[in-house]
Design a protein around this ligand. Sequence first.
Ligand code: F6P
Length: 365
Amino acid sequence: MTKAVGVLTAGGDSPGLNAAIRALGKAAIGKYGMNVIGFRDGFRGLVENRIIRLNRDNLSGILTMGGTMLGTSREKPHRMPVGGKTLDMTDVIVENYHKHHLDALVCIGGGGTHKNAFRLLEKGLNIITLPKTIDNDLAGTDTTIGFDTALGIATEAIDRLHSTAHSHHRIIVLEVMGHNTGWLALGSGVAGGADVILIPEIPYEVGYVSDSILRRSRGGKNFSIIVVAEGAQPRDPDEIAAKGKKQQNGRDGSEPSGDGHTMRLARELEERTGLESRVTILGHLQRGGAPTAYDRLLATRIGNACADFVREGQYGVMVAARGEDVEAVPLKDIVGNRKSVPLDHPWIQSARGVGTCLGDEKAER
Ligand code: F6P
């Protein structure tokens, strides 16, 4: 019997989403003759029954495009704003799933999407997820769709900031995304040769950071590039606290940018070192534009495998990247587990090895 599969993208968009939708759709339709329905704007489209039937025509020409052809949102099925109220719309979703006679629903997303997908699994729906987030913070998978592209963009930004920091003898503080993990900051910082890298996993001492900048100055390098993850925090929050106004800017009320933590850190370093400072907040630039070849390959591999899983009736799992292969990881094993940077990760060792300050030790060289 012909199977029907629904697909949605939820959470922040990520380069490679279209490549994943294309691979799933082309394999499901072309290899297995399935019907594929896309829901618009994440779980919201599933509630409102806003669909797009995917076919060879609309799946064509999207491989290289950033964003998601389906649209996305951060809406949660169990807490959705409807007519001025926040309602649990889970039952409506279950109803619509059955109305379309779906055999499976594929949710492509990050940590939040996985929690929401798991709730639907518990309601009896056949769920498969694909790991997507520029933050790379999903447990159970080697990597996530979009991370490689964002890493490249952040690295290029560091490359470009070097020449201007050098010319003006300035400290340039670059804030990169990553939510509560430091994968993007650490990876781009190491790849771009940042002098200081601050990540949430390693609370920092402002004094160690300013010392390392002064040490560089004494060695004749009177400029520094500081890469700060949006979730990085000082050991003593009071050290850089009262010097800027507070701003609620993050999706969870944290203050990743604008007049927040990064600006205060830059001002503090300027005061402590006497070097002029500038701040660059990379923001959503990191999520925009075409995916890298790596992300296209990853998304195509995972999307293809997802069609196989639907065919085999393998549900309740994430299609995880494992080396050059894929693996079915039960959703119950990963939901709610954030993948932080382990403190003994090779990237951390590499950074320390080349003398990069991570804000937790006095600079010795
Ligand atoms: O999860 C991806 C991400 O880009 C995070 O790095 C960042 O904290 C957040 O999304 C920003 O969310 P929004 O696009 O809703 O502002």
